[in-house]
Design a protein around this ligand. Structure first.
Ligand SMILES: [Zn+2]
Length: 213
């Protein structure tokens, strides 16, 4: 699948799963210096490959008639600072709830380790600005996900599929936390408990075959 076809595919899935509504949210995927990004002002479930602009890593438009997403500077800042090959940004409900009420999402489930543990909330700045891009870059350091204060979430991956799955996981973790608050005080996993999970995942059990009689 071409870079632009991937944007159409995952744009459609993001809308189907309720992670974005209307024209909110944006995705990008890179190949070397070329970055395909969703266009500004277009519904993500109605994209065609031709609609998706291609920019270089300096932000110059290489292909496409439509303007790149206004959040393109943030995507490019993430590429410049990390080895990511894809970036997904949404205004998903539970992620945005956490991003408007907290300064970080504590690890209440061990799957948070897949995103780097604690998810930080990047300081608020106006959308599309270099300031927001810098804040997101700082919050993402060493992690697969960050939240953006009063705005939404952003995830990265080695592929667009990985970045997209990270967005689904981020939303799930935020939903568990927010729903947990309505029942009681969510217990937060300790560093020791998280270290034990890493240890366990590095040493999976091997199930021996039963010897034939
Ligand atoms: Zn946004």
């Amino acid at each position: 699948m071409s870079l632009r076809e991937q944007l159409c595919e995952y744009g459609r899935r993001a809308v189907e799963l309720g992670l974005v509504i209307g024209t909110s949210g944006n995705l990008s995927v890179r190949d070397g210096d070329r970055v395909a990004v969703t266009p500004s002002g277009a519904a993500l479930d109605r994209l065609t490959p031709e609609m998706c602009p291609v920019v270089d890593t300096d932000g110059y438009l290489l292909e496409g008639e439509l303007q790149p997403s206004s959040e393109t500077p943030m995507h490019l800042a993430v590429y410049a600072a990390t080895g990511a090959q894809a970036v997904v940004h949404t205004h998903s409900v539970f992620g945005t709830v956490v991003a408007t009420t907290m300064t970080e999402l504590p690890p209440v489930h061990y799957n948070a380790l897949l995103l780097g543990g604690v998810v930080k909330v990047a300081e608020y700045a106006t959308y599309g600005t270099a300031e927001l891009a810098a804040n997101v870059r700082a919050a993402l350091a060493g992690k697969q996900a960050a939240l953006m204060a009063n705005h939404g979430g952003v995830t990265v991956g080695a592929t667009l599929e990985q970045a997209f799955e990270a967005t689904r996981l981020l939303e799930w973790l935020c939903e568990v936390y927010v729903r947990g608050l309505s029942v009681g005080k969510p217990a937060i996993l300790t560093d020791e408990q998280l270290a034990a999970v890493v240890e366990r995942s590095l040493n999976p059990p091997e199930f021996p075959r039963r010897p034939s009689p």
